[in-house]
Design a protein around this ligand. Structure first.
Ligand SMILES: Cc1cc2nc3c(=O)[nH]c(=O)nc-3n(C[C@H](O)[C@H](O)[C@H](O)COP(=O)(O)OP(=O)(O)OC[C@H]3O[C@@H](n4cnc5c(N)ncnc54)[C@H](O)[C@@H]3O)c2cc1C
Length: 453
C-alpha cells in the first residue's frame, strides 16, 4: 500500500502502486483488478493539485516510468512518445533543433499523457488553445484492446480531457512548434488595479505569451508580463535553471524560509514587496531563456511545502470575458472579507476550444488561479468561502478545471458541465470501460464514478 497525494498535498489516500511499462503489464494488472474486485486509477507525475491521480483502495498505475521518446523528426516537427515522457524530456530533445512544445504548463514536470488527460493550457492559451489541439494521434488501451484515435474520431476528444477515466493513453503523436531561438523578449507592465490588468492584456494582444501576477491583498494591482519569441535570440542558450538564487543561496533553502512567511501577515508583506518591484520594472523589456520564462514555478524546488502539513489548494475559475473583471474583483473581496486571501494569484487569457473536448474548461475569457493555504482550524469558514466563490463563478457562466480542483461538489459539477456533457461522458464510459474499472478520488468526489454492473 502506498500513501498518495497530489501536488497540493491537501488530501491523501492509500492505494496499491504499480509501475507498468507496456500494454502486457496493463493486461496483467487489469486482470488482477477484475479478479480482486478493485478499481484502477492512473497517475503521471502527480502534478495535478488535487485528487485525480489517486484512488483509495484501488490499483494506482504510475505511468511515469513508461517514458521513451519513440521518434523525433526535426524536418516535420512531429514527435512520437510513450505516456510517461515529460515536457522536460521533450524540450531538451527538440529545442536544439528549433522546436518547443506548443503548449506547456507552469511546470515542466508533467507527463505527456497526464497533460493530455487534463488537456493543459499555457500562457499562450488565447492563441494556441489547449495541448490536445496539437495532437495528431493517441493510442488508448482499455481491457477491450488498444484503439488508435485520430482527431476525427469522437473518442479522441473524449479521452483527451477525460481525466484518465476512459482508458490509458499509451502513445502520443504531437506536432511541435517551430521557434526562431531559445529566447524570448519579456515586457513588464505594472498594473495599479483591475482596470490596469485588463488594459495590459488588451494592449499586448499580439504577444506570443501573456500572464499576470496579482496581489490578492491589493485591489487587483500586480505585475503583467508578455513575451515575444526573440528572432535574433541565441539558439544554443543554456536553458538549465540556476541551482542557486542570485548565484548565492541554494534553492533548497527557499521553501523553509517561505514557510516562516506563510501567514496572512507574512504574505501580505511579500506581496507588497513584489508589487513595488513591478513599479520599478514597468515598461521594461528583458531577454530570457524560454525555460526560465515558462517554468518560473520550477525555480524553487518543493515550494508547495511552504504551505505546511495541511497543504494548499488551488481554485482556478474560467470566466467569460464580459464578466471576468466583476467576478474576479468579487472573488478577492469575498476572500478579504473572510480574512483568507490567496497567497498567490495568477491571471491568463483564454479562447474557446476548437475541438469539442469532453471536460472542456476553456472559453473566450480569463482564468484566475488562486492558491489558498488549507486551514482546517477555520472550521467550515474556508469551505463556506469556497462555496460562495464557486457560486459566483457558476452564476456568471464560468467553468472549472479538474487539474486544479479540490473543492467542487457533484451538484456544482452538474451545473458546470451540464446534462448533455454528463450524458456524453456516461455513454463513452459504458462503451469504453464497461466494467467501470477506471476511477479516481476526484471521480468519486464529483459523482463521476460508474458502479460496476
Ligand atoms: C507548479 C504547477 C504549475 C502548473 N501550471 C499549469 C498551467 O499553467 N496550465 C495547466 O493547464 N496546468 C498546470 N498545472 C497542472 C498540470 O499541468 C496538470 O495537472 C497535468 O495534468 C499534470 O500532469 P501529470 O503527468 O503530473 O498528471 P497527474 O497529475 O499524475 O494526472 C493527471 C490526470 O491524468 C491522468 N493520467 C495520467 N496518465 C495517464 C495516461 N497514461 N492515460 C490516461 N490518463 C492518464 C490521471 O488519471 C489524472 O486524471 C500546473 C501544476 C503545477 C504543480
Amino acid at each position: 500500500m502506498a500513501s498518495l497525494q497530489g501536488f497540493g498535498g491537501n488530501c491523501r489516500s492509500d492505494g496499491f502502486l504499480f509501475h507498468p511499462t507496456s500494454t502486457a503489464d496493463l493486461h496483467e494488472v487489469a486482470d488482477l483488478a477484475l479478479q480482486s474486485g478493485r478499481k484502477i486509477a492512473l497517475r503521471g507525475s502527480a502534478r495535478s493539485y488535487g485528487d485525480p491521480a489517486q484512488a483509495a483502495e484501488a490499483f494506482v498505475l504510475d505511468l511515469s516510468q513508461w517514458n521513451q521518446i519513440l521518434d523525433w523528426n526535426p524536418e516535420t516537427g512531429v514527435l512520437v512518445a510513450e505516456p510517461g515522457v515529460t515536457l522536460e524530456q521533450i524540450w531538451r530533445l527538440t529545442l536544439p533543433d528549433g522546436y518547443w512544445p506548443p503548449v506547456v504548463s507552469g511546470t515542466m514536470r508533467p507527463t505527456l499523457a497526464g497533460a493530455l488527460a487534463m488537456n493543459i493550457h499555457g500562457k499562450n492559451a488565447a492563441d494556441a488553445g489547449t495541448l490536445g489541439e496539437w495532437v495528431d494521434r493517441i493510442d488508448v488501451w482499455s481491457p477491450r484492446g488498444t484503439h488508435i484515435l485520430l482527431p476525427d474520431d469522437p473518442d479522441f476528444a473524449n479521452v483527451i480531457s477525460g481525466a484518465g477515466l476512459l482508458g490509458v493513453i499509451t502513445q502520443v503523436t504531437l506536432r511541435m512548434k517551430r521557434v526562431p531561438s531559445g529566447e524570448v523578449d519579456v515586457k513588464s507592465l505594472h498594473a495599479a488595479d483591475w482596470a490596469g490588468q485588463f488594459a495590459a492584456f488588451a494592449e499586448e494582444e499580439g504577444a506570443d505569451y501573456r500572464v499576470s501576477w496579482i496581489d490578492a491583498f491589493g485591489q487587483g494591482r500586480g505585475h503583467f508580463h508578455s513575451a515575444h519569441y526573440a528572432e535574433d535570440g541565441r539558439k544554443d542558450r543554456a536553458q538549465d535553471l540556476p541551482s542557486r538564487i542570485l548565484g548565492l543561496w541554494p534553492k533548497a533553502w527557499v521553501w523553509p524560509i517561505l514557510r516562516l512567511l506563510n501567514t496572512r501577515g507574512g504574505m501580505r508583506s511579500l506581496n507588497s514587496v513584489k508589487a513595488l518591484g513591478a513599479k520599478f520594472a514597468d515598461n521594461k523589456v528583458h531577454r530570457q531563456g524560454l525555460v526560465e520564462f515558462q517554468f518560473l514555478l520550477d525555480y524553487v524546488p518543493n515550494w508547495q511545502r511552504a504551505y505546511g502539513a495541511d497543504g494548499l489548494l488551488q481554485f482556478q475559475p474560467f470566466v467569460p470575458k464580459d464578466h471576468a473583471r466583476e467576478v474576479f474583483q468579487a472573488l478577492l473581496a469575498d476572500a478579504a472579507d473572510a480574512r483568507m486571501e490567496p497567497f498567490l494569484a495568477v491571471m491568463k487569457r483564454h479562447r474557446a476550444d476548437k475541438l469539442n473536448w469532453l471536460f472542456s474548461y476553456a472559453l473566450d475569457g480569463y482564468s484566475l488561479a488562486l492558491d489558498f493555504k488549507v486551514q482546517p482550524a477555520s472550521g467550515d469558514q474556508q469551505k463556506d468561502l469556497l462555496r460562495r466563490m464557486t457560486e459566483r463563478v457558476l452564476d456568471a457562466g464560468g467553468r472549472f478545471y479538474f487539474a486544479k480542483d479540490s473543492v467542487l461538489s457533484p451538484s456544482e459539477v452538474q451545473r458546470y458541465l451540464g446534462e448533455a456533457t454528463l450524458a456524453r461522458y456516461h455513454e463513452a464510459k459504458t462503451r469504453l470501460d464497461p466494467n467501470g474499472l477506471f476511477t479516481s478520488d476526484l471521480a468519486r468526489r464529483l459523482g463521476l464514478e460508474i458502479r460496476t454492473p
